[in-house]
Write a protein that binds this ligand. Structure first.
Ligand code: SDX
Length: 422
């Protein structure tokens, strides 16, 4: 295969280098295009545009492959845990026991919030959407750690902020939830694993023993959400990070991007859709027709993906976990049957088959969160906690390369040409 591409514009011909990744993905390097031709490229939604070279996560949408630092997601979900996967994403290699224990301890030791911070959380209305609380509280943390606003953090300072954000965002989520339930906050218990500790911080004293298998299922969900290459919120983190803004502001931006119903907010939208179908007699075929109707804004939430044109490997794992968790908790949820019915019908329907629309990570996750007693408006907060190490790893990769420039796309102007002011 040639290592360059030729582009002919009028009677000008330019040669552009071709870049090939370790999984044989190919890109035309257009960094010299404008200088050579005066032309830019235009690509709404960046459907054909790579923003970076990255060694963190590999997706193959056609084959339904997802690997973190080369390890298949199926193997990690089976045998690893969320803190170990976080170390893998952040450092590029699986941690040895000492590295694992040290990071785990750092996360626990930084799970506390600053003394006066709860006053900020107490100022939110109890019916505020938890994603708005998470985004603003994360940015507000910057007011308490001026020493961490330095854009050039040392490696040790970076590791501390990474662990601190993983600990404190878990605490913010749990504290705000308990406030909405008029319950006192519960501190992190370092003797529990990350997921079990979070469930304890949510539900302690509410007569719910935290079942180990249930905590394990949540840990797997966090692992499955941990990174996903250049998705909308990760790209947002990279864009903000490219201006050398501090990490609190950067992660707050990622949370805001994830909130959208086309992205992380879909897990809440899926549950609301399933509940609507259930309240309307459970006729999922009617809703499939609505999803196909171009004149109807209804979409089958939890279906479709920009990259996966085959099954989302995470959806397969979560679907299996649904059955395990519901059986373990002895929960019969009609919404799971409706979800399975929707999937079965959609996968036989030309509209979905022709557009390669399959269940994505958000289609079944809400069923498990609901069974765990997580309120629907906190489902996307669970996505935040899971995706956080991925955002941090991608930010680190961006900042570790001094050649990375500030993100500043071009445009094609389509407005008024010059006119005089009267
Ligand atoms: C996540 O990028 C990531 O990696 C994201 C994520 C991650 O881990 O970070 O995987 C997490 O965000 C998963 C996606 C969650 N969102 C949803 O479930 C919302 C519902 N899905 C869609 O809105 C849509 O599928 C997207 C947003 C996920 C992808 O949108 P694209 O790639 O821009 O595709 P599109 O909107 O151009 O759709 C292509 C066609 C269109 O029909 P035509 O114009 O060709 O006739 O498929 C149709 C769309 O109308 N279509 C759907 C549909 N999704 C696409 N029709 C009905 N229901 C749907 N869900």
């Amino acid at each position: 295969m040639s290592d360059s591409a030729k582009l002919k514009i009028g009677d000008q011909e330019v040669e552009l280098p071709i870049i090939k990744g370790t999984e044989s993905e190919k890109a035309i390097d257009i960094r010299s295009l404008r200088a050579q031709t005066g032309y830019i490229t235009l690509d709404n939604g960046f459907m054909n545009t790579g923003s970076c070279e990255s060694g963190i996560t590999f997706l193959n949408g056609e084959k339904g492959i997802l690997r973190y630092r080369g390890y298949p997601i199926e193997q990690l979900a089976e045998a690893s845990n969320f803190v170990e996967v976080s170390c893998l994403l952040l450092n590029g290699e699986l941690p040895n026991k000492e590295e694992y224990d040290s990071f785990n301890k750092l996360v626990s030791s930084h799970s506390k919030l600053p003394a006066s911070f709860n006053e900020i959380l107490d100022r939110f209305p109890k019916d505020a959407h938890p994603m708005g609380v998470m985004a603003s509280a994360t940015a507000a943390l910057s007011g308490f750690y001026p020493e961490l606003l330095n854009p050039e953090l040392s490696a040790d300072e970076q590791e501390r902020v990474f662990a601190q954000l993983m600990g404190q965002l878990k605490t913010i989520a749990a504290h705000f939830y308990r406030r909405t339930q008029n319950l006192d906050p519960v501190s992190s218990d370092p003797s529990l694993g990350y997921a079990k500790d979070f469930l304890n911080m949510l539900f302690h004293g509410q007569g719910k023993d935290i079942d180990d298998d249930v905590a394990q299922a949540l840990d797997v969900l966090f692992m499955l959400h941990a990174d996903h290459e250049q998705n909308c919120s990760t790209s947002t983190v990279r864009v903000i990070g490219s201006s050398h803004a501090n990490l609190f502001a950067t992660i707050s931006g990622g949370i805001s991007a994830l909130w959208g119903p086309l992205h992380g907010g879909a897990n809440q939208a899926v549950l609301e859709m399933l509940e609507e179908i259930n309240q309307n007699g459970g006729d999922h075929k009617k809703y499939l027709e609505k999803a196909k109707d171009k004149n109807d804004s209804f979409r089958l939430m939890g279906f479709g993906h920009r990259v996966y044109k085959n099954f989302d490997p995470r959806a397969k794992i979560i679907k299996k976990a649904c059955d395990t968790v519901l059986t373990k908790l002895n929960v019969q949820d009609p919404l799971l049957d409706i979800a399975k019915g929707l999937e079965e019908e959609a996968l036989k329907d030309d509209y979905f088959v022709q557009r390669n629309l399959y269940p994505n990570v958000d289609f079944y996750s809400g069923i498990i969160y609901k069974a765990l007693g997580i309120p629907t408006n906190m489902f996307t907060v669970m996505f935040v906690l899971g995706r956080l190490p991925g955002w941090l790893a991608q930010w680190k990769e961006l900042r570790d390369n001094p050649a990375n420039k500030i993100a500043r796309p071009r445009q094609i102007y389509s407005g008024h040409t010059e006119r005089n002011y009267k």
